[in-house]
Design a protein around this ligand. Structure first.
Ligand code: PEP
Ligand code: CO
Length: 455
C-alpha cells in the first residue's frame, strides 16, 4: 500500500537553504533517528489525504467550511486522554456553530498528533546573563532552561513520532465513539449558551442550531467525528523520513499527518520547505503574513500547485487585526482574478500576539474577533469564499488569552502553553457564537437586499 520512498523521490530539498532547522550536535545520532523513522509505519494513509483534499476542494468552492485548531505546540508531558478528547470535542462544537451559521458542512482538522516543532525568532535565549539554545518544540529540545534539556536531541524525533501515533490512535477511537456524536456537541453548546454573559442572543442561537439538526451537512457527506490531523512541516529530516510512495498513484505522500502547512518564516519560494512541499501529494497550506507581495504569492502558488488541483492548496492569512483590511484585499483580488482554485482561511492568532505585564505572551480576544470579522468582510467584498478558521485553542481550562472572561491577572496561575497562548473552550465557543451572530445578521441583510458588501 505505502512503500519506503526511492532515495531521490523527496530529497531534492537538501540542495536548498532550509530555515529554522536545529543544529543537531551529533550527526550520527540524527542519522540513526532518520533510519528508525524511515522504517516506521505511516501515521496516515494517502487515501485519507486524498479524501481531505476533496473536502478542501469543496471549501475552496464555497461549499464547505473548515475549522482547524489545537495547540500552538504539543508537549510530550501534556499528552493526556482527557486533554485530547476535550480539544477534539471543542473543535467539534465550533464546527457545529459554524456549520449552522454558514449553512454548510464542516471539515475539521486538528493541530494535533504531530505539532511538536516551532520556528523561533532568535536562535538563543538569555536569562540572567546565561545564554542557551532557544526552545524549538519537544521534537527538538526540552522547555526547561538548562543546558542539558536545551541541547537538540534527535532521539526526540522518534519520541514525538510515538506520541503522535498514540494521540492519533485515541482520536480515531474517539471519532467512532459516543463523545463525537452530534448530540454531545449540542449538549455542550446549550450548556455554554445558558451560562454565557450575552445569554439572550446565545440561547436563541443554540435553539436555532438544535432545530436545524446539528451539523450533519445537508448533502450528507460530513461524518461527525471525522477529524483530520495537521501540523507545521518544519523539520525536513523528520518529514522526509516519513514520506512514502503510494503504490496506487506512485506519488510521494507525507505520512506524518493528513495536511502539513508551511509557516510564515519558511515559505521562501526558492527555499527547502517549498521544494519539499512541492514534492508531496498531500493537501497543503501556507501561512501568509502582512509582508507578502502579490507577485511573491503568485510565485508560491505556482511552485506549490502548478497543476491547479482543487483542494491542494489552502492559504492561511495571518495579518493581524490592524492590517487585515489593508493587506488582504489586493491579494485576494489578484488570486481570484487569476482564477486560482485556493481555499482562503483565517488564522486570527499569529498577527495579534502581545506581551502581558507578567511577561507571558498573550492575545486579546477582541483583536482575534476583529481580525476574523475583517477576514469575512474582505473575502466577501472580493467575491471569494471565506473558507474557514485556523485557531490555537484547547479544551482545557487555561488562562492564556485575555478578554471574554479573563484578565492579565488570571494568566500566571493557569498559563500552560509552552509556546503561544490558546483560547480555552469557553473563549473558543464565545468567539464562534459572536461570529455566528454576525454572519447570520449579514445573511439576513443579503436576504432583504440591504447588504452593500461589508460594513
Ligand atoms: C504557528 O502556527 O504556530 C506559527 C508559528 O504560525 P506562523 O508561521 O503563521 O507564524
Ligand atoms: Co503559534
Amino acid at each position: 500500500m505505502v512503500d519506503v520512498p526511492s532515495a531521490h523521490a523527496v530529497q531534492s530539498w537538501r540542495a536548498l537553504p532550509a530555515q529554522q532547522q536545529p543544529q543537531w550536535p551529533d550527526p550520527a545520532a540524527l542519522h540513526q533517528a532518520v533510519v528508525t523513522l524511515t522504517k516506521a509505519l505511516p501515521l496516515v494513509f494517502p487515501r485519507e489525504c486524498d479524501l481531505l483534499k476533496s473536502r478542501l476542494a469543496a471549501v475552496a468552492r464555497g461549499e464547505a467550511f473548515l475549522v482547524q485548531g489545537g495547540d500552538c505546540a504539543e508537549s510530550l508531558d501534556a499528552v493526556s486522554a482527557t486533554s485530547i478528547s476535550r480539544t477534539a470535542g471543542t473543535i467539534q462544537q465550533l464546527a457545529t456553530v459554524f456549520g449552522y451559521a454558514m449553512s454548510l458542512p464542516v471539515v475539521t482538522i486538528g493541530r494535533m498528533a504531530g505539532q511538536y516543532a516551532k520556528p523561533r525568532s532568535k536562535p538563543t535565549e538569555t536569562r540572567d546573563g546565561v545564554e542557551l539554545p532557544v526552545y524549538r518544540g519537544d521534537a527538538v529540545n526540552g522547555f526547561a532552561f538548562d543546558a542539558a534539556s536545551r541541547t537538540p536531541d534527535p532521539q526526540r524525533l522518534v519520541r514525538i513520532y510515538n506520541a503522535s501515533t498514540a494521540t492519533l490512535n485515541l482520536i480515531r477511537a474517539f471519532g467512532t465513539g459516543e463523545l463525537a456524536a452530534p448530540d454531545a456537541a449540542l449538549e455542550r453548546i446549550k450548556h455554554f449558551a445558558a451560562g454565557a454573559p450575552g445569554r439572550h442572543a446565545y440561547e436563541a442561537l443554540a435553539t436555532g442550531i438544535e432545530q436545524a439538526g446539528g451539523f450533519t451537512g445537508t448533502d450528507g457527506w460530513h461524518t461527525p467525528g471525522e477529524l483530520f490531523m495537521s501540523h507545521e512541516g518544519l523539520l525536513l529530516d523528520y518529514e522526509s523520513a516519513l514520506t512514502r510512495v503510494d503504490s496506487r498513484t506512485a506519488r510521494p505522500y507525507a505520512t506524518s499527518g493528513h495536511l502539513l502547512w508551511i509557516g510564515e518564516r519558511t515559505r521562501q519560494p526558492d527555499g527547502a520547505h517549498v521544494e519539499y512541499f512541492a514534492s508531496i501529494s498531500n493537501p497543503i497550506a501556507v501561512k501568509i503574513g502582512p509582508s507578502i507581495a502579490e507577485d511573491e504569492l503568485l510565485r508560491l502558488i505556482d511552485r506549490l500547485d502548478p497543476e491547479r488541483e482543487p483542494g491542494r492548496l489552502t492559504l492561511v492569512a495571518r495579518m493581524g487585526a490592524a492590517q487585515i483590511r489593508n493587506v488582504l484585499p489586493g491579494l485576494v483580488k489578484r488570486v481570484t482574478a487569476e482564477g486560482l482554485p485556493v481555499a482562503w482561511v483565517s488564522d486570527p492568532m499569529h498577527g495579534n500576539t502581545i506581551t502581558a505585564p507578567c511577561g507571558h505572551k498573550t492575545r486579546r480576544f477582541e483583536d482575534i474577533l476583529d481580525e476574523l470579522t475583517g477576514f469575512f468582510e474582505v473575502i466577501g467584498g472580493a467575491g471569494a469564499h471565506p473558507g474557514g478558521v485556523h485557531l490555537e485553542l484547547t479544551g482545557d481550562d487555561v488562562a492564556e488569552c485575555v478578554g471574554a472572561g479573563l484578565t492579565f491577572d488570571d494568566l500566571p496561575a493557569r498559563y500552560r502553553s509552552v509556546c503561544d497562548p490558546r483560547l480555552n473552550r469557553e473563549q473558543s465557543l464565545n468567539l464562534a457564537f459572536q461570529l455566528a451572530d454576525d454572519i447570520l445578521k449579514r445573511h439576513r441583510l443579503v436576504g432583504t437586499g440591504l447588504a452593500s458588501g461589508g460594513r
